[in-house]
Ligand binder design. Structure first.
Ligand SMILES: NC(=O)c1ccc[n+]([C@@H]2O[C@H](COP(=O)([O-])OP(=O)(O)OC[C@H]3O[C@@H](n4cnc5c(N)ncnc54)[C@H](OP(=O)(O)O)[C@@H]3O)[C@@H](O)[C@H]2O)c1
Length: 286
């Protein structure tokens, strides 16, 4: 009988990581997670996997985390965290700390979640940090896969929140398109990558939607009359300049990423999955 493959997951307390944890257990992998706060782990029977309390930003707490591990999956990165750390501290250095442990323990494969076109957004701080890590991973001795999703459903709750407040603000004419993906669908892609040889997987969800139709879906889910204000694109460009000049980089990072991605007309990725945004908005609890 084949031995179960052993997977170390870092990021298990996050949106995507929690779905990956469930997916790994469903597929009968032997799973270890490193988390700084075990209370945030999803409601999955803890007897079925191993929990190490550690901080990916502190290499001394990672010793032995890769012992007997075949594959590492990392979704670690700053999204909404307010720890006073930079993208370079977390998206780059913390992932590098894990990679160095993986190399020491001769792990076979490292799967890392970056962003679609992260390598092209060289002026966006989060992408610079992520792609710097991608380069280190490419030049490591390990097999690897870079997952490049476009947008997560969890991020589109911003549209839902605006609709709940009564009005959605869109840049330009609202016709920019994206096919965002649900965490559960993306988790299947990440876990599937364990057995695949592709070094890069670009992926999005099953439906291509304009920003305008995303706003409509949010209003429909709330049973509210759609009210949309279109903001000229020069305001978006000026906003990026403004936040970069007047707001600390720790705060402006997510705003800069959001404002940049909102205007890109190349955020459609190969379609995958079954979850629709309509159902997500109908069930979201905010
Ligand atoms: N959201 C999108 O649309 C999108 C699109 C493409 C790619 N991505 C990338 O996909 C990845 C996963 O996204 P997500 O939405 O699942 O993010 P998330 O929910 O914020 O999860 C991020 C994970 O990283 C950990 N983390 C962050 N800062 C940390 C720190 N200082 N020390 C230790 N752990 C830390 C978090 O731990 P705690 O729970 O303890 O904070 C959490 O487990 C991210 O790297 C993100 O940039 C996101």
């Amino acid at each position: 009988m084949n031995k179960k493959q052993s997977v170390l997951l870092v990021g298990a307390t996050g949106y995507l990581g929690s779905y990956i944890l469930r997916q790994l257990l469903n597929q009968n992998y032997s799973v270890r997670v490193v988390v700084r706060n075990p209370q945030k782990l999803p409601q999955v029977d803890k007897e079925h996997y191993e929990v190490i309390e550690g901080e990916v930003t502190k290499p001394s707490t990672l010793k032995n985390c890769c012992e007997n591990v075949d594959v590492v999956i990392s979704t670690v990165g700053i999204t909404r965290q307010k720890d006073g750390l930079t993208y370079m501290d977390v998206d780059y250095q913390a992932n590098l700390n894990v990679l160095e442990e993986a190399i020491k323990r001769k792990v076979k494969k490292f799967i890392y979640v970056s962003v679609l076109h992260g390598d092209k957004m060289k002026n966006v701080k989060i992408c610079v940090a992520k792609e710097k890590f991608v380069e280190r991973l490419r030049h490591s001795s390990l097999d690897y896969t870079i997952i490049r999703p476009n947008g997560f459903f969890s991020d589109l709750t911003e549209f839902y929140q605006m609709a709940k407040r009564g009005r959605v603000y869109l840049f330009g004419n609202g016709q920019v398109k994206i096919n965002p993906i649900h965490g559960e669908d993306l988790a299947k892609v990440c876990v599937g990558a364990i057995r695949k040889s592709e070094i890069e997987i670009k992926v999005g969800g099953p439906e291509v939607l304009t920003h305008r139709s995303i706003a409509f879906l949010a209003f429909m889910a709330l049973n509210k009359k759609p009210k949309i204000t279109y903001i000229p694109d020069w305001v978006r460009i000026a906003s990026i300049k403004f936040v970069k000049t007047f707001i600390s980089s720790k705060t402006y990072g997510p705003i800069e990423f959001f404002l940049t991605v909102m205007a890109r007309d190349d955020m459609i990725a190969p379609k995958y999955g079954r979850h629709t945004l309509k159902t997500y908005f109908e069930n979201v609890d905010l």
